[in-house]
Write a protein that binds this ligand. Sequence first.
Ligand SMILES: Cc1cc2nc3c(=O)[nH]c(=O)nc-3n(C[C@H](O)[C@H](O)[C@H](O)COP(=O)(O)O)c2cc1C
Length: 414
Amino acid sequence: MKRVDDFRLKFGKQELVPIIIGGMGVDISTAELALEAARLGGIGHLSDAMMEDVSDRRFDTSFVKEKTKQYKYNINNSDKTDIKFDLGRLAEATKNHVGKTMEAKRGDGMIFVNCMEKLTMNNPRETLKVRLASSLDAGIDGITLSAGLHFGSFGLMADHPRFRDAKLGIIVSSVRALQIFLRKNAKLDRLPDYIIVEGPLAGGHLGFGLDWAKYDLHTIITEIALYLKTENLEIPLVAAGGIFTGSDAVSFLENGAAAVQVATRFTVTNECGLPADVKQEYFKATESNIEVNTISPTGYPMRMLTNTPAIGSGIRPGCESYGYLLDGNGGCAYITSYNREVAAHPDEKNIVVMDKTCLCTHMRNFKCWTCGHYTYRLKDTTRQLPDGSYQLLTAEHVFRDYQFSVDHQIALPA
Ligand SMILES: Cc1cc2nc3c(=O)[nH]c(=O)nc-3n(C[C@H](O)[C@H](O)[C@H](O)COP(=O)(O)O)c2cc1C
């Protein structure tokens, strides 16, 4: 009976344990988590969502404070067009987070950045260009362009000296998205080094509609493998979404996937950025506590726990401090919903907004509990302590469990 350790992900001459820990914004997949994956010979991700805030927390910089000060005059204004990112500061924050992480890297694995292309930052093209270039400047091993493909991203990096040596990958959820990506980038003569195929059971934003349950990762990955074969393209495929045991992973590796990307099982590790009490909420979740809804202002469905504090919260939009989801015209679907509710309830102090959420503020405060479909199985991966709480795991324990387990077994912590 095979185990994940019988397989290797190959990039040229370099061989890696075929386990990738997915990017989880905002700083849920911390530097510590990514560093563990690399130390153990796999691949870890940093997320590039809200890097200025992450830099402030990690290195005591004051990017957010300075931005808030600069735009304080606008806080009660519903028009957010004025609020812009300073590209120099954005580059500095990215270099802090990525550069310091890369300096600390040990072991034979790699660290990639998950680039959230949905962060339009009131200037989509220029901010994305700076984020990509700064990560490359800071020595990141690779960049994963996450679902919601901005088809021009490879082009934005084409003049960077590391464009051909850094590993560049994309996340897709259908063969069609891949076909469009390849067509749009054909003239660059630069194929992705890997393709992550993310199915409907993943955490975070989904590349599916509310009919996500009709889709199945095995089918999508088979379609994509077939398409690559007909096109004579040899690009490693990475299966992601709902891979909960080593045996689940082996079932993909035996059918042609070069690696798996996993995340949910790492949300309850010490190295994960979620606060300890939130990790307990993930452990406690039952299947009926997990839903896919449309409250994300990005327009993509998102999976989360039903007791997520962000649901129904009507806080004032936090764009003067954050503003990561402002489209190129200073708009955000949450601002529209918030203004509608304020106008409908002018005397109400506690505004309730049900259809959208202020994702920047809530993700930053770990109040939007996005999660994978199998979060309800996390309680089976650990021991319950006498006080009723669940024992946290180490990232090494979970990584090794994926790497060595057989027969769908899950090793409990010592
Ligand atoms: C808490 C959480 C946050 C996530 N955030 C992101 C994200 O910011 N960007 C992204 O591309 N994927 C995100 N994902 C998706 C993962 O990177 C990964 O592809 C997927 O969840 C793997 O499936 P699994 O969680 O069932 O193992 C997130 C997943 C989780 C569980």
